[in-house]
Design a protein around this ligand. Structure first.
Ligand SMILES: [Fe+2]
Length: 456
């Protein structure tokens, strides 16, 4: 049997190519949208991708099943409760598929979503025992899937389903069964996932408290106790994944745009996303830009700050950076990436066009400012847990996600310094505040570690 795990850094998505080089056939489970890797590896190993499975209707990335159907002629398999609007074969509990020596059995395991399945993998070249479980977002390494993404009305039912799937449906598999999830560290589909890419059922039963004979009442309490943030674009991705996302080959070209073209686009309501680091952004940026620095998980921040339906122009240090950002944003359903600013911010400045800035205040300077101006607002945009761990006296607390959703109830003339744990989120918050008309906004460079070090 051929078995390979693929990972998308940042989003923490795992996908799998499983097949049999001898038989020359393979399937892909939970593919991401850029499918070249699967096709290349399959070809190198003499296999043709004939089938694709999605373990559930994904909310955090665009499925690549349609791409594989178009490019490899693969058949798509999903659970009927996905209500997929594209050509597919509905799977049912107990259904089996053969790819040479590899066999896949479908097990309905609702909980993360009502349409979740797990896939039991047997390598008949070695044994008749099930060797591995692809658990989708039911069971992760060190965590279980969040039950809230399918919507509040289904929450109670999904928590019950999650419990029954874990303790009932998986009960027949022995401890040594390997577990390969659809997500790992970085994903928003769970809370505390490990960076380790796989585990075994036995290890989780012993060391993951949620699997260790936990009574339902306690399981219920923990599972409903507070959820990870849910970026705005999750709902858009669910809708696109149900409908069948557009093929990348049909996407509009991502082109180099001269400053005059960018100006015209801005008048037409196009959004500017600046992917440079926080210091470069702070020094000079095109008015109304949102700063989403390039990080593995930057697309989740983009999902909170800019609607997936927006037309977007990217500002970056180089064409390569702009294209890399576009590539990553496509994974999360941003299909209206129209281009990047030619020659970057310097090129814009050389044509005498207006620039704004977000001063990067050092901890020392912020201290002086607070001492001198009693009405200066320190806006802490970290999470509740980070805030509880320690914060600047007199600061106002509003996590960046809430700020973007609700705005700020302060006069536009107030002087505000945004603070986070590094300067990354405070720049997102600062650029957002500037984009909605706050004039005097600053960002604490180095965040709370810098503040604490200066306090020394
Ligand atoms: Fe998921």
């Amino acid at each position: 049997m051929f078995f390979k795990q693929f990972k998308v850094e940042g989003l923490g998505c795992y996908s799998y190519l499983i097949g049999c080089p001898k038989a020359g056939v393979a399937c892909v489970v939970d593919p991401e949208r850029h499918v070249e890797n699967y096709l290349d590896v399959a070809q190198e190993n003499g296999m043709r991708i004939t089938d694709v499975f999605d373990t559930h209707l994904h909310a955090d990335h665009i499925t690549g099943s349609g791409e594989l159907a178009a490019q490899a002629g693969a058949t798509i398999h999903v659970h009927p409760a996905v209500e997929a609007k594209y050509p597919h074969e509905p799977v049912r509990d107990g259904q089996r598929f053969r790819f040479g020596s590899a066999e896949i059995e479908v097990i309905e395991t609702p909980g993360h979503t009502p349409n979740s399945v797990s896939l039991a993998v047997t390598d008949h070249a070695r044994s008749e025992d099930v060797q591995a479980l692809l658990t989708g977002d039911l069971l992760f390494v060190g965590d279980v899937g969040r039950p809230d993404l399918a919507g509040e009305d289904l929450l109670e039912q999904q928590v019950r389903n999650l419990y029954d799937s874990i303790y009932g449906k998986l009960a027949r598999f022995p401890d040594w069964t390997e577990v390969y999830p659809a997500h790992g560290e970085g994903s928003l589909c769970g809370k505390g996932m490990s960076a380790k890419p796989m585990t075994t059922l036995g290890f989780e039963r012993r060391n993951n408290p949620l699997l260790n004979e936990m009574p339902f009442e306690e399981f219920h309490r923990i599972m409903t106790e507070g959820f990870q943030i849910r970026p705005d674009n999750f709902a858009v991705m669910v809708q696109k994944n149900r409908q069948g996302p557009a093929l990348l080959s049909e996407a509009a070209a991502f082109t180099r745009l001269a400053p005059t073209q960018v100006e015209q686009a801005l008048r037409d309501g196009v959004r500017l996303v600046d992917v440079r680091d926080q210091v470069a952004f702070g020094a000079a940026f095109l008015p109304s830009s949102i700063n989403i620095g390039m990080r593995p998980n930057s697309v989740n921040w983009l999902g909170m700050a800019v609607k997936a339906s927006s037309k977007i122009i990217i500002v970056a240090d180089s064409e390569a950076d702009a294209r890399e950002a576009a590539f990553r944003f496509q994974r999360a359903g941003y299909d209206k990436l129209i281009g990047y600013l030619a020659d970057g911010v310097c090129g814009w400045a050389m044509q005498g066009k207006r620039l704004d800035h977000l001063p990067q205040l050092t901890a020392e300077s912020l201290k002086h400012v607070i001492e001198k101006y009693s009405d200066h607002v320190v806006l802490d945009v970290r999470t509740e847990a980070e805030w509880r761990d320690g914060h600047i006296d007199g600061a106002l607390h509003m996590p960046v996600t809430d700020l973007i959703e609700a705005g700020l109830d302060l006069p536009k003339q107030r002087h505000i310094t945004a603070v986070c744990s590094s300067g990354y989120r405070s720049n997102i918050a600062g650029s957002f505040l500037k984009s909605i008309g706050y004039e005097h906004v600053f960002s604490l460079i180095g965040g709370m570690p810098a503040w604490n070090a200066a306090a020394g």
